[in-house]
Design a protein around this ligand. Structure first.
Ligand code: ADE
Length: 230
């Protein structure tokens, strides 16, 4: 999979050289490129924002650098298929594990990180002429820009690409994969600070252990996220 990220703070993404995402990049499974939006400006100050038409607080990201970035990154020189172009936004659809699964099947993702009061609306219209546009929110709260949301989304998507997570079994039994939260985990020692590991886990009976874990998943989901059971 190819991922292009456009941001005015490219160094936010230095963390994607670490751990499993770093390994996926080194091995070529994930072809990830981070770009500075200012590289598509042509004035001395590398300006990416301006005051909003109609007045109001804050600044709006200018369309011209975004247009040039999309022309370059969505062009056929980068991929043969139309890319999926994602703009993180608190006004978008909410990102879930199902969104991650869907996006993990795409060949080419482009993330455009907005800052300030947002991006000139015409950029989204233009992007829809060169790719499939998705506005996606990390949740019902407001961040200072799209960078942190893109970090979260690329990790959630990247780990679903075959080969990124070493043991694919670990993808199956985790929170949200079957609509339930994950069961509790324990390791050695069997007694720690007077707290015992549930004896059933030491029984060696795989059937009863699986049943107990499933019950724990339901109990936790009921307690912490009853909305998931509706
Ligand atoms: N940018 C600002 N807030 C955001 C959010 N909640 N999700 C995605 N992008 C954002």
């Amino acid at each position: 999979m190819r991922i292009d990220v456009v941001s005015i703070f490219p160094s936010y993404f230095d963390g994607l050289t670490l751990s499993l995402m770093g390994k996926a990049r080194d091995s070529g499974i994930l072809d990830l490129h981070v770009h500075d939006l200012r590289d598509w400006t042509h004035d001395r100050h590398r300006t990416v924002d301006d005051t909003p038409y109609g007045g109001g607080a804050g600044m709006v990201m200018k369309p011209e650098p975004w247009g040039l970035a999309l022309d370059q990154l969505a062009g056929s020189s980068v991929s043969e298929t139309r890319p999926t172009i994602i703009f993180p936004s608190p006004a978008g659809e909410v990102f879930t594990q199902a969104t991650a699964r869907d996006l993990a099947t795409r060949e080419h993702l482009i993330f455009g990180c907005g800052r300030y009061e947002g991006i000139d609306e015409r950029v989204f219209e233009y992007a829809a002429s060169v790719g499939e546009v998705r506005l996606i929110s990390l949740g019902d709260y407001v961040l200072n820009g799209g960078e942190v949301a893109v970090m979260a989304m690329t990790e959630a998507i990247g780990r679903l690409i075959p080969g990124v997570v070493g043991n694919p079994d670990s993808l199956v039994e985790e929170s949200h994969e079957d609509g339930l939260l994950e069961y509790p985990s324990y390791t050695k020692p069997s007694v720690w600070r007077d707290r015992e590991v549930p004896p059933i886990l030491l029984s060696g009976n795989h059937g009863t252990i699986a049943k107990w874990r499933h019950e724990q998943q339901i109990q936790r989901t009921r307690d912490r996220r009853p909305d998931l059971l509706d």
